[in-house]
Design a protein around this ligand. Structure first.
Ligand code: AMP
Ligand code: ZN
Length: 113
């Protein structure tokens, strides 16, 4: 996708702090971390948001979730963590390339759900 920030990060055109990569997934540290560990897990295939998850890309999305416990272990999140997706403007999505926030490394406080 032209002009997509995360596609450019995946392509190495914009620098990032990579923590994990495989055939379908790229993961890097959030530039504005909300916790000691705040990692963005993104499918290499461009999807605008969770609204585009479907039969054509289940393997890409599943690969993101398969990466979660690997990254959590590598980051030492044995006490627990959260995985968050913001879908759409009303939910606060600011980058229109599907991504999952992996957050941990502190007491995460009040839950929304
Ligand atoms: P969201 O608001 O759910 O769309 O999340 C987008 C996230 O991308 C925010 O937490 C930003 O801090 C993060 N972000 C924006 N630009 C960059 C960047 N160049 N490198 C790493 N994280 C970024
Ligand atoms: Zn993209």
């Amino acid at each position: 996708m032209d002009n997509c920030l995360f596609c450019k990060i995946i392509a190495g055109e914009i620098p990032s702090t990579k923590v994990y990569e495989d055939e379908k997934v790229f993961a890097f540290r959030d530039i504005n971390p909300q916790a000691p560990v705040h990692i963005l897990i993104v499918p290499k295939k461009h999807l605008d948001s969770a609204n585009e998850i479907g039969e054509d890309n289940l393997e890409d999305v599943a690969a993101c979730f398969a990466a979660v416990p690997k990254i959590a272990a590598a980051e030492g999140l044995s006490e627990g963590y959260r995985v968050i997706n913001n879908c759409g403007a009303a939910a606060g999505q600011t980058v229109m390339h599907l991504h999952f926030h992996l957050i941990g490394g502190k007491e995460l406080g009040e839950k929304i759900v």
